[in-house]
Ligand binder design. Structure first.
Ligand code: HEM
Length: 506
C-alpha cells in the first residue's frame, strides 16, 4: 500500500508540476506575510515530503525554514512549530486561539464523530468531558487510590520475569511491559483485568496508527471516496472491534453481571460513567450534555488509547536507552540500592526520593517524546504571531521531537542520552518549561500525566532494581536497533529483548 501511494504521489506531482510552477508560501491571498516554508505542489501541497517518519522530515525542514514554518498538507494550511520559544507562543501566549482540534476521519469513526475528549473541538462539550474525566479518573487523589493496583500488578510482573530468569531465556520486554500496563490501566478504568478473550492490544496499536497517520481524505477531501490508503476500511474494522468490546461491557453492567474486583476500595471510572447512562453529565451547568452510549464508547476509546500505548512506549524507550548505556543503568541501580536496599522491592512511596530515576525519565522523554507531534491543534481565528499571519482553521503541529534536540537549548551533545544534564537544572516536563513538553502544555496538555508518570516510574524502577539485564546474542549496547515506527505515538519498530538475572536478596 505505501508503494501504491508513493506511485500515486509521484504521478500526481509530475502532472501538477506540468500545470503549475512551484509556489513558495510567502504571502496569502490578502498579501499578509505567512511563515516561511518549502515550495508547494498544487493539490497535494507538501504531503509528499512527510515520508515514513514525518517528525524527522519536518525536523530537517525546520533547520532550513525556521521554528515557525508554513507547509500545506493537501488543501490544509499547516504551521509547524519547532522551538521552545515558538511553542510557548502557540501553547501559552495564544493558547486559547490554538486550543481546538481539526475534524478528522479517524475521530469520526473511532470516537463516534469526536464525542470523546482528545479529538473534540474546543468548547463547552470538551470542557465538560475533560472536567469529568479528571474528577472521576485522573485527579491526583484518584491516581493515589490506585496505588494498591499498581503494587499488585508490578509484583506479578516481577514474579513472572523471575520465573524465566534461571532458564537463561531472552525475555520480550515490550510484551511484558505491554501486559502489565494493560492490566493496570484496565483495573483503573474498568475496575477489572480484561479476560483473555478481550484482545485490546492489537486494536489499540491500530488505533494509534490510524489516529496519527497523515490521511489523504482529511487533506484532499476530493479524494476521500477513493480511500487510496485503505484507511477507511481499517478505521471501520478497528472502531467496530473497540465499540463491540465496550458495548458488551455496558450490557454486562446493565444486566448486573459485571465481574468487578475492587468494588469496595473505590468506584472505577467505567462504573461511574455507565451508572449515569442517559442522564446529564453536568446537572448543574447551563448547557447540559446527556451521556449516551456513543459518548461512553468515545470517551473510553480515548482513555484506553491514551493510556495503554503511551505509557508502554515511554517505558520501552527508557529501558532501551538504559540497555544502550550500561553506565547509566549502573548509576540508577546504585541509587535504588542506596534508597531501598537489596532486601525489598520498590514501593510507590520511594519514588519521590529517586532523583536519578527522575533525570533518566526526563532524558528519555526528551529524546523519545511518545507523541512527537502532539495531537494536532487547530486555530479558531485569524491571528498574527511574531509578524506572521496564521489563518483561521490552520493546523498546528508542534514538533517536540525537534524541540528536544535543539542544540541551542541542549548543547552540542543534544543527540546523546545523558541524564546528568538535568543535574542542578530546574527544567521540568509538566508543561511549564517549553524546552521539554512530552505531555504538551496549556489547555490541551495531557490530563493523564500524573497517572502515566507514576506508572512509568514504578515499572522502570522495579525492573531495574530487581534484575540485571543483558542484551541477547552477545549484542553490544551500541548495536541495539532504535528504529521508530510512526503513528500518533511512536514506539520502537521492533520489540525489545534482553536476558534478566534476579538481583535482590530473598
Ligand atoms: C507517559 C504517558 C503519557 C504521555 C507521554 C502522554 C502524552 C500526551 C500528549 C503529548 C498529549 C497531547 C497534548 C497536546 O495535544 O497538546 C496528550 C493528550 C492527552 N492524554 Fe496523555 N500521555 C500519557 C498518558 C496518558 C494517560 C495515562 C491518560 C489517561 C487515561 C492520558 C490521556 C490523555 C488525553 C485524554 C489527552 C487529550 C487531552 C485533550 O485534548 O484535552 N494520557 N497526552
Amino acid at each position: 500500500m505505501p508503494s501504491t501511494l508513493a506511485l500515486f504521489f509521484v504521478l500526481l506531482g509530475t502532472l501538477c508540476s506540468f500545470i503549475y510552477f512551484f509556489r513558495t508560501p510567502t504571502n496569502n491571498k490578502n498579501g499578509r506575510k505567512l511563515p516561511p516554508g518549502p515550495p508547494q505542489l498544487p493539490i497535494i501541497g507538501n504531503l509528499h515530503i512527510l515520508g515514513n517518519l514525518p517528525h524527522q522530515s519536518l525536523h530537517r525542514l525546520a533547520k532550513k525554514y525556521g521554528p515557525i514554518m508554513s507547509i500545506k498538507l493537501g488543501y490544509v494550511p499547516t504551521i509547524v512549530v519547532s522551538s521552545a520559544e515558538a511553542a510557548e507562543l502557540f501553547l501559552k501566549v495564544h493558547d486559547v486561539v490554538f486550543a481546538s482540534r481539526p475534524k478528522v476521519q479517524s475521530a469520526d469513526y473511532l470516537t463516534c464523530g469526536a464525542k470523546g475528549l482528545a479529538f473534540t473541538e474546543y468548547g463547552s462539550y470538551w470542557r465538560t468531558v475533560r472536567k469529568w474525566c479528571i474528577l472521576h479518573l485522573l485527579s491526583a487523589s484518584k491516581v493515589e487510590c490506585f496505588t494498591l493496583v499498581r503494587k499488585e500488578e508490578t509484583v506479578l510482573l516481577v514474579e513472572s520475569v523471575r520465573k524465566t530468569a534461571p532458564e537463561a531465556k531472552t525475555l520480550n520486554i515490550s510484551q511484558q511491559v505491554g501486559k502489565v500496563v494493560e492490566a493496570i490501566m484496565s483495573r483503573v478504568i474498568f475496575g477489572r483485568r480484561m479476560d483473555d478473550e478481550i484482545e485490546f492490544k492489537p486494536l489499540i496499536e491500530e488505533t494509534m496508527y490510524l489516529a496519527g497517520v497523515f490521511n489523504l481524505s482529511d487533506y484532499v477531501p476530493l479524494l476521500a471516496p477513493l480511500d487510496l490508503q485503505g484507511l477507511k476500511r481499517r478505521l471501520k474494522r478497528t472502531s467496530n472491534g473497540l465499540h463491540a468490546i465496550f458495548d458488551k461491557l455496558i450490557d454486562e453492567h446493565e444486566q448486573g453481571s459485571t465481574n468487578t474486583e475492587e468494588r469496595n476500595s473505590y468506584t472505577d471510572f467505567f462504573h461511574v460513567m455507565v451508572s449515569l447512562l442517559n442522564t446529564p453529565m453536568n446537572p448543574t451547568d447551563k448547557e447540559q450534555y446527556i451521556i449516551g452510549r456513543e459518548n461512553i464508547r468515545a470517551i473510553l476509546v480515548d482513555m484506553v488509547a491514551a493510556s495503554f500505548d503511551t505509557t508502554t512506549t515511554a517505558i520501552e524507550w527508557t529501558l532501551s536507552e538504559l540497555l544502550r548505556h550500561p553506565r547509566v543503568m549502573t548509576c540508577l541501580q546504585q541509587e535504588l540500592e542506596t534508597v531501598i536496599g537489596r532486601n525489598r522491592m520498590v514501593e510507590e512511596a520511594d519514588l519521590p526520593k529517586l532523583t536519578y530515576l527522575d533525570m533518566v525519565v526526563k532524558e528519555s522523554l526528551r529524546l523519545h517524546p511518545v507523541a512527537p507531534l502532539l495531537i494536532p491543534h487547530e486555530s479558531t481565528e485569524d491571528i498574527t504571531v511574531t509578524g506572521y499571519f496564521i489563518p483561521k482553521k490552520s493546523r498546528i503541529v508542534v514538533n517536540t521531537w525537534s524541540i528536544g534536540r535543539d542544540p541551542k537549548v541542549w548543547s552540542d551533545n543534544a543527540e546523546e542520552f545523558f541524564p546528568e544534564r538535568f543535574e542542578d537544572s530546574s527544567i521540568d516536563l509538566r508543561g511549564h518549561d517549553f524546552q521539554l513538553i512530552p505531555f504538551g502544555a496549556g489547555r490541551r496538555g495531557c490530563p493523564g500525566m500524573q497517572l502515566g508518570l507514576t506508572t512509568m516510574r514504578l515499572i522502570i524502577a522495579q525492573l531495574v532494581h530487581c534484575f540485571d539485564w543483558e542484551l541477547p546474542n552477545a549484542m553490544l549496547p551500541n548495536e541495539l536497533d532504535m528504529t521508530e515506527k510512526f503513528g500518533l505515538s511512536v514506539p520502537r519498530a521492533e520489540h525489545l529483548f534482553a536476558k534478566p538475572t534476579y538481583r535482590l536478596v530473598g
